[in-house]
Design a protein around this ligand. Structure first.
Ligand code: FAD
Ligand code: FES
Ligand code: MG
Length: 271
């Protein structure tokens, strides 16, 4: 049982939780995630460790309510307990060579990119960050990202804040301006990560993305999170979730994420 010691509504369907988890906080590194269960009969779902405080023994989770389990989680308040948290799972993100990094977060992907930018910034990298969302309402961690970036750009699809358009427009502009970029870390919806990968491939800029594959156990046993990377089969939960974007089969990922749509719809009936 892990106690929720802070809860914040970042947007209507976007919740931030600070949870007591000293053992996980002690070992957590950017890129890693936890598997959590909200109740005894419930499924386990993966959520990124969006921040951690080793002294306080806490981790931060940001959950977007998209279905049954994330909505049940969203109903929990300060003082409530999450039934169990397993982690930290996955491999910490390995950084390519060079000191000039661009960190891109799209939608709820801003949460996983934050600890990446924070770590790089602490290590003295030159960090340029780009965050984007459909609309300004869904943007979060703006101040947090600004604090760990040398420069921060914002984009919204509807133009309600920052650049009217996509994060890739800003990345293209930075490239056109001749800014030094050694590598890009991008986390967000698959179409966004694919668009970033297509752009950086043209310029030979190393790119790391973090996959949100369908997971069941999170420990390499079930094969649910299978991905193809450079023609090889990998498991997102133990080999990832971060992978070289230029070697990934994004189309396969897109198909696999939609595999259980019928069952997910059915599970909402008795909510
Ligand atoms: P459902 O109605 O069951 O599903 C809605 C959609 O969520 C599905 O179509 C599918 O795309 C996805 N999904 C469903 N079940 C799973 C599952 N077991 N594993 C993975 N995806 C699933 N979401 C966040 O809001 N914040 C995060 O920080 C975050 N980090 C993630 C880190 C990793 C490594 C992975 C793999 C996923 C992460 N996700 C994160 C996605 C999150 O796990 C899903 O949104 C959640 O499982 C949906 O569950 P549900 O029952 O509410 O929705
Ligand atoms: Fe089962 Fe990765 S979630 S193998
Ligand atoms: Mg579900």
């Amino acid at each position: 049982m892990n106690k929720i010691i802070e809860r914040q509504d970042l947007a209507t369907s976007l919740k931030k939780f600070v949870v007591e988890a000293p053992m996980i906080a002690r070992r957590a590194q950017p890129g890693q995630f936890v598997m959590l269960r909200v109740h005894e009969q419930g499924e386990r779902i993966p959520l990124t460790i969006a921040d951690f405080d080793r002294e306080r023994g806490t981790i931060t989770l940001v959950a977007q309510e998209v279905g049954r389990t994330t909505r049940l989680l969203g109903r929990l308040n300060e003082g409530d307990y999450i039934l169990d948290l397993l982690g930290p799972l996955g491999e910490p993100t390995a950084h390519p060579e060079g000191k000039n990094a661009v960190c891109i977060g799209g939608g709820v992907g801003i949460a996983p990119v934050y600890p990446e930018a924070k770590e790089l910034h602490q290590k003295g990298y030159n960090v340029t960050s780009i965050i984007g969302a459909r609309t300004s309402e869904l943007l979060f961690f703006e101040e947090e990202m600004a604090a760990v970036s040398n420069e921060l750009f914002v984009a919204t699809d509807d133009g309600s804040k920052g650049h009217h358009g996509f994060v890739t427009d800003i990345l293209q502009k930075l490239i056109d301006e001749g800014r030094p970029i050694d590598f890009v870390i991008a986390v967000g919806p698959i179409p966004m990560m694919k668009a970033v990968a297509d752009l950086t491939r043209k310029y030979g800029i190393k790119t790391i993305v973090s996959l949100n594959s369908m997971m069941v156990d999170g420990t390499g046993m079930c094969g649910g999170c299978r991905v193809t990377v450079g023609g090889e089969v990998k498991f997102t939960c133990v080999d990832g979730p971060s992978f070289d974007a230029h070697l990934l089969d994004f189309d396969e990922q897109m198909r696999r994420l939609c595999m259980y749509r019928e069952q997910e719809k059915m599970s909402e009936v008795d909510e």
